[in-house]
Write a protein that binds this ligand. Structure first.
Ligand code: LLP
Length: 417
């Protein structure tokens, strides 16, 4: 198993940027998310290098991981941000982001969210329907403002990925159907409180083949020309997020440079300012979820279970998408192996991290690390089974700090009468 370079074994003990992980588990308890700040910054820089030939702004999609300190790390390094709700906008502003570098998506923005975005003077709202366009115009009129808007276009491209996270075709709820773009643009021309600043697409997540982006971007460019014939000048083209990461060494992700190779010449020729919205790419492999092995049990039919103290409420991806996350011992015990289901304490058969997985042998009381736990984990966490949310620690060059304290029982009931 090849780890992200910021996590490595020293004397058979897993470390993050020089800190032994058992010491963090001892100090802060488990389940515990441990994030390498350098890993996030390195991913950002690699992404920037790949797309450097373009006049572009990378807008980290905070839905992947919106812990304030994670957003702050990306603010410091100059990232822009893509938000999908008022709550994400609040977090991003609170972390110190410049509103002029924030864009907002969302297929169902409420009037309050639209008003909040306009009052915050963000770069643009990405409208996903004609009704939303009209609503933005009405709210902008009330505020005596001109709303900066991009139209999210559905290019009718079905990118190959998990069906829950492919978003670019007409069977899904997102965006404005490419076939209706002209009709929508005609109406927009009559709205006085809108300015069309860009065209946008997002065709899905964890997409391995750059050809889907190429095909979809071509459609966006076609609509850009249509806009121009209608007298609408499009300054920005936003090609969304969805760039893949490696979850398992057997299925390595297509390198980001391959996407750049296909997209840069095409996008450069448009003369537009390009927006990109990577989420997972920046954070997925920057974190591990540390968990303690509570019990190991074997049924009469030899079926084994490793019961750990993390559960689907901490990381739902295996239960929800059948997603693969590598699981490794924090302290190696030698070459012995064990095949088992690795499960949590939640009262559901769906509460598993791996099924019939062969891993290096562990014993009760050992720690395991669930890898690639930085994206779509804490943000999708819940209190199911009244389990407090896990703590998070960020490590940077030999120092560790808590970036989210473990939730308490009292905090879990604080809003209830
Ligand atoms: N932009 C928009 C408009 C999006 O909806 C998304 C993700 C992104 C950017 C960032 O996509 P990324 O680069 O992270 O793939 N919970 C699922 C993933 C859901 C993605 C939702 N939208 C998972 O755990 O795989």
């Amino acid at each position: 198993m090849q780890l992200d370079s910021h996590f490595s074994y020293k004397n058979e003990i897993l470390h993050c940027e020089g800190i032994p992980l058992p010491s963090l588990a001892k100090k802060y308890g488990t389940p515990l998310f441990v994030t390498s700040k350098s890993a996030i910054l390195d991913s950002f820089q690699r992404f920037e290098k790949a797309f450097a030939p373009l006049n572009h702004l990378t807008c980290y999609s905070v839905k992947a991981n919106y812990t304030l300190e994670v957003i702050r790390a990306l603010v410091e390094i100059g990232s822009g941000f893509d938000v999908n709700s008022g709550g994400e906008l609040f977090r991003t502003l609170k972390a110190g982001a410049n509103p002029e570098k924030i864009i907002m998506a969302g297929v169902g923005k409420t009037a309050d969210e639209i008003e909040y975005a306009l009052q915050s003077r963000i770069l643009m709202l990405k409208a996903e329907s004609l009704s939303e366009v009209r609503r933005i115009n009405t709210i902008a009129k009330k505020l005596k403002r001109i709303a900066p808007v991009a139209l999210r276009i559905t290019p009718n491209i079905t990118a190959e990925t998990h069906p829950y996270i492919t978003t670019g075709n007409h069977e899904q709820k997102f965006g404005i159907d490419e076939a209706l773009a002209e009709e929508v643009l005609c109406e927009i021309k009559s709205l006085k409180h809108l300015r069309i600043l860009g065209l946008d697409m997002h065709i899905g997540s964890q997409i391995q083949d750059p050809k889907y982006y190429y095909d979809a971007a071509l459609k966006l460019i076609h609509i850009k020309s249509l806009c121009e014939t209608m007298g609408i000048e499009v300054e920005h083209l936003d090609i969304g997020g969805g760039f893949p990461v490696t979850y398992s060494q057997e299925k390595k992700a297509t390198p980001i440079e391959e996407f750049a190779k296909v997209l840069v010449p095409l996008l450069k020729s448009t003369g537009a300012k390009i927006l990109l919205e990577p989420g997972r790419y920046m954070v997925a492999n920057a974190s591990v979820l540390l968990s303690e092995v509570l019990y190991i049990k074997e049924n009469h039919n030899k079926k084994k279970f490793i019961i750990v103290d993390a559960a689907m409420n901490d990381l739902i991806r295996p239960a929800l998408y059948g997603a693969h996350h590598e699981i490794i011992p924090v302290v190696k015990r030698g070459a012995k192996k064990l095949t088992a289901d690795i499960v949590g304490p939640v009262c559901e058969t769906g509460d598993f991290f791996a099924r019939e997985r062969t891993i290096a042998a562990v014993e009760e009381g050992d720690l395991v690390a669930i890898l690639s736990a930085g994206a779509y984990s804490t943000v999708m966490a819940s209190n199911y089974n009244a389990r407090p949310r896990a703590a998070e620690v960020m490590v940077c060059k030999g120092t560790a700090k808590v970036i989210r304290r473990r939730e308490t029982y009292e905090q879990m009931v604080a809003n209830e009468e």
